[in-house]
Write a protein that binds this ligand. Sequence first.
Ligand code: PLP
Length: 452
Amino acid sequence: MSEHSVVHGGPSLPQRRTLVTEIPGPKSRELLERRQRSVARGLSHVLPIFVSAAGGGVLVDVDGNSLIDFGSGIAVTSVGNSADLVVDRVTEQVAQFTHTCFMVAPYSGYVEVCEQLNRLTPGDHDKRSALFNSGAEAVENAVKIARHATGRDAVVVFDHAYHGRTNLTMAMTAKVMPYKEGFGPFAGEVYRVPMAYPFRWPGGPAACAAEALDVITGMIHAQVGEENVAAIVIEPIQGEGGFVVPPDGFLPGLAAFCRANGMVFVADEIQSGFCRTGDWFACDHEQVVPDLVTTAKGIAGGLPLAGVTGRAEMMDAVHPGGLGGTYGGNPVACAAALGAIDTMIKEDLPGKARTIEARMLPRLRKLAEQHPVIGDVRGRGAMIAVELVKPGTTEPDAAAATKVAKTCHGNGMIVLTCGTYGNVLRFLPPLVIGQGLLDEGLSILEDAFSAL
Ligand SMILES: Cc1ncc(COP(=O)(O)O)c(C=O)c1O
């Protein structure tokens, strides 16, 4: 790439992996040095490359390397980077006006996004939505709404949960390092119960749903009191905690328990929502209808936007002025969301996620047969993971996960790790990724396991 050549991002970007330098190349290394001198150490990065363009299933770095993207900026660019309809709507909006504050002078884009959220989220009851800037802010607001609607304080969350980095959402997040270490004291009235984690459930996967429900409801009864619980907040497929897929029957059981006890059932669909799991929302898999749903990430094709959507009577329990924020539902972010949602509908992205699953899972299962370090293969749609363990045990092997990820990075593929024990490799390709790139990415992964 010459010094002055400009690579344009978006779907027209050549969809191929090309390595023209080592990773990181000289220009990325130079930027890394500048970064070290200017950016706070508390912000880490997965890959030591700096991006100049991205689109479809690739990211191009400043040295001209083109990498296969199995991360989507942590489950955000489901429609692909700089997707055509997102760029069109954002460009139009940014030339019209960039901000008025919805609480000062409203605009139609905000209302249209809320209409779409009310239509697309699970259940056909009367709903209302409110928009925010980040996932954590959406979770905080879901808790505010649930407390207001019930007049109760307690919030029940799960082992392995991740809900964000603000004070309340740190309290709701399970893992101490790196998210909570040294950042306390945390918000009160947050109670943690075990997650239905089939691979690690002591009684085995078949007993997991029923036993987990027994343990959880027993703990709530004995340690919190049903009448004190405002909300149970759960990721229908856990994200940062390890792509934990609860067994069938668990989420419907939990929702029924909430209903029977006047608790608000909050589904945190920030990572699993918007077509990622092969349905519009992960709750759709078992027709679970949450009272409140939090969304962010995939909703706006890469622009910062988040939402809380829920039963009209709960959402409207809050007094006028009780919800909001300067930037929440910014007009440019709303335009991006409308472009992203149009793309999801027109390109049948739930269907595309199911196709990705059908292509990935059999190859990963075969890989697990060849490499006993893979203890579990799980996930739905384009939210897939392998959990690495010492062969024949459930003892986590984080070192192996890190090594495989680093080998993939060096060979021009972006993969992320996750999990309470850091031993899960997760795969989150953009839903628009081409089959050739997807297959090539899987081959790179297979080679990385062979090189372990
Ligand atoms: C399930 C879930 N909830 C909440 C959050 C927090 O979102 P944000 O980083 O936009 O604050 C995340 C982010 O990874 C998430 O995966």
